[in-house]
Design a protein around this ligand. Structure first.
Ligand code: PEP
Ligand code: MG
Length: 325
């Protein structure tokens, strides 16, 4: 029950055979912090910073961004806080009229592409993040990475900002981890290479599913084809996690799939280190993880992946989950 789940707020999300997963929160605004803490979030896995840029005429200044990031880092009091750089474009367009309307926004100038095409805008955010990094446990990640060049470009922009601030005598604290969202089939297929230069992965299933299955996540006509348990998605997840483990870097999931308890055993079996979701989902997912073993989850996933259609896999997983919970 909800009451029992909330009572488990300070207990770890650990399977009966001792596998521990860190459960963290997704936020769009610092105002969501009290609710995250009340639900037992062990950190923040996805802070969608672009929301600060929407519904206004001019972008927030370095100072305004710095204050928001600092507030979040301080509130989380040493717990890891993963801040995603701007994911503008696509479905999130700032101050109307500043940019061309694109015929295929999901495949257009969005996220890291947008930032690399507007370096001044990107640098303001990177400077604010570097300055905020002294106030807590910061991790930074770049969205919609498709290839190593984008990761290198983004990292070198970050280093240039670090050098510039350092020369100006601004306090910067120690280096923080820099990771990527794995949310395109391209990144998934070269995850082994990306893992050599990224400090961590966070899988964005909302986009990974959209691009893998060629299903526009905004289009209701094809919503019935949007299947997190499609075999192609499961294989993709398995290979991304394997690439991360082989390289010895942590792997998280921050797409909506992470917060639905129906998938919790599948994700336990795959071997995620961290799952990030909205505050209200944390107690429910934790409750499932605490009642199952990694061993039984592994058997469940193995059987599921022997099946072929998304409908068969879904039916099988639902039946197994219903038996247990
Ligand atoms: C995702 O794509 O799964 C994700 C977490 O990012 P967003 O939903 O903001 O695109
Ligand atoms: Mg995404």
């Amino acid at each position: 029950s909800e009451a029992r789940a909330l009572a488990a707020k300070d207990l770890p999300a650990q399977s009966t055979d001792g596998f521990r997963i860190r459960l963290v929160g997704n936020i769009e605004f610092p105002e969501e912090l009290p609710s995250l803490l009340a639900h037992g979030a062990e950190g923040i896995g996805l802070y969608r910073t672009e929301f600060m840029f929407l519904d206004r005429k001019t972008p927030p200044s370095e100072e305004e961004q710095y204050r928001a990031y600092r507030q979040v880092l301080e509130a989380m009091d040493g717990r890891p806080v993963t801040i995603r750089t701007l994911d503008l474009g696509g479905d999130k367009v700032p101050g109307k009229g500043r940019h061309e309307k694109e015929p295929n926004p999901a495949m257009g100038l969005r996220a890291i592409r947008y930032c690399l095409s507007d370096r001044a805008l990107f640098r303001v955010q990177l400077r604010a993040l570097l300055r905020a990094s002294v106030h807590g446990h910061l991790r930074v990640m770049f969205p919609l990475i498709c290839g190593m060049s984008e990761l290198r470009e983004a990292r070198s922009e970050l280093e240039a900002c670090r050098t510039e601030l350092g020369r100006a005598g601004v306090p910067l604290g120690k280096r923080f981890q820099v990771g990527i969202m794995v949310e395109t089939p391209s990144a998934a297929l070269i995850a082994d290479r990306l893992a050599q230069e990224a400090d961590f992965f966070s899988i964005g299933t909302n986009d990974l599913i959209q691009y893998s299955l060629a299903i526009d996540r905004q289009n209701r006509e094809v919503a019935y084809l949007y299947k997190p348990l499609h075999l192609s998605v499961l294989r993709s997840l398995r290979s991304i996690v394997t690439a991360a483990k082989d390289a010895g870097i942590p792997v998280s999931m921050c797409g909506e799939m992470a917060g639905d308890p129906i998938y919790a055993l599948v994700l336990l079996a795959l071997g995620f280190d961290e799952l990030s979701m909205t505050a209200g989902q944390i107690p429910t997912v934790k409750n499932v993880l605490r009642q199952a073993s990694r061993e039984e989850a592994t058997r469940l996933l193995a059987t599921a992946m022997e099946l072929t259609t998304a409908e068969e896999i879904e039916r099988y997983v639902r039946t197994e989950m219903d038996k247990r919970f």
